[in-house]
Ligand binder design. Sequence first.
Ligand code: IPE
Ligand code: IPE
Ligand code: MG
Length: 246
Amino acid sequence: MGFLEQIDIEKIPQHVAVIMDGNGRWAKEKGKLRVFGHQNGVLAVRDTVEGAVELGVKYLTLYAFSTENWNRPKLEVLALMELLVATINKETKTLMNNGVRLNAIGNLKSLPEKCYRQLQETIVKTSQNTNCTLTLALSYSSRWEITNAAKNLALKVEQGELKASEINEDIFASELNTASMPDPELMIRTSGEFRISNYLLWQLAYSELYFTPKLWPDFRRDDLFEAVLDYQKRERRFGLTSEQLP
Ligand code: IPE
Ligand code: IPE
Ligand code: MG
């Protein structure tokens, strides 16, 4: 029996977050330049998005470019930005066909103008789609996001809009880029690395983590199904004892 057939449709995670890692190593294995790996990562993105829609996952959040990634060789950064524009443009049709709404989080103003414009254009074009929200984390760093939230709250207190004593977890979360989304129940990282790399630190507080040695360009919807199946076998206790759970 395949993974999909074994999945309990009643227990699909609402939000799946992914760290798409291993493009460079995938290319290197083939004796090619790192950019070749990024290009082939696009296929994995398309298949994963379609797989998420097939399952009924409402939010899929993909780590596409971190703040730290700006420090990579200039040529690689440039190629990634070009690829981003071309991909969003080319994949708009796939998003429309699958009823997927595009969204983005991160320091979007730091993206090249062309990138930012293409992103906004597709966000507007897909804004009425309701099957799934695909969020790209671009120029994203969780510490940056959390620091910004603190700054915004401090400003509100300074201007008398809010009392410091009123700040609670919900108010704090409402200042994050992910304010309109539930926290991910499942976080997948490819390429055999066991770290979070400054991704959704607040939001992953109680997420189930799934690591696979597969390199991102080889990842397909069946790998997503396998991860969801693994997630469904876990007991999420949220600090309680097993006996306390329903
Ligand atoms: C993930 O693949 C894509 C980005 C970070 C943009 P990498 O480029 O990190 O590939 P590896 O980890 O070097 O193999
Ligand atoms: C994390 O991957 C960022 C993205 C997938 C966009 P990295 O390859 O940049 O992470 P590290 O450097 O291995 O932690
Ligand atoms: Mg990497």
